[in-house]
Design a protein around this ligand. Sequence first.
Ligand code: PLP
Length: 281
Amino acid sequence: DHVLTQDGLIAKESLLYPFEERGLQFGDGVYEVIRIYQGKYDLLEEHIDRLFRSAEAIRLEVPFMKDELITSLQKLTDRNDVQTDAKLYLQVTRGSAPREHSFPDVPSNFYAYIEQSDRPVSLLQHGVRAILADDIRWDLCYIKSLNLLPNILAKQTAKEKGAFEAILHKQGIVTEGSSSNVFMIKGQILYTHPAADNILHGCVRKKVLALASRAGLQVAETAFTIDQLLHADEIFITSTTSEIMPIIEVEGKTISNGVPGDKTRVLQRAYENESGIHATA
Ligand code: PLP
């Protein structure tokens, strides 16, 4: 297997970093996770655009031009002969240097690797449970930063309670999931939190909003409360790896009779068509 670095493609085994690395010591970096369906990237440009937005927001240099990066990522799937469903993980950090908070004058570190990753077909068909958790994160969650402590703590609590995701809320307002965006349907309206600074602007979120009219839904990028969420007709979360995942229970309360809602199912179909996915969930 090969990985992509700032110095080009290298064998995975030869990727080594010193212990004084900004990503390791400060979480000083940004990342992306990109879906690969049958060897082809999904929403590649959207992810690369977001990577550059995140990097710019923390004054971090990406050691590639956008076009150059896209070409290099294509070479990576070619070199590894990726044909199946997989995902790419990519991160950029502020480099390797003696530990000091202020920025060092060294080049950024970059790596990207691909891992086999099946679609969660059964969960997409049957839906999953969620819990609620306080959103204790900072104000700039639109930056896809390596600092994920609040997210992993919330996800771990969900796991321990037998749930798939933790739905985060700030002062009673639903923001997003620990690693997903949250949507609810009430009547003919599809609600999700506006793409403000305090949530990640999900690539799947954007695609779902563009597909909503196919399910006869009007879009409202309007924040909603926990109480509104618990009284929704249908709820789902979105992410690169979870696609459009139906939520059938929140904090022990059954949603849409405990089965994925009809409109959610229509959106799943539309999403599969758009992404050129053949096996249906
Ligand atoms: N929100 C958070 C906090 C995330 O970590 C993610 C990533 O998976 C998302 C939302 C969904 O973003 P995307 O649809 O680009 O995968």
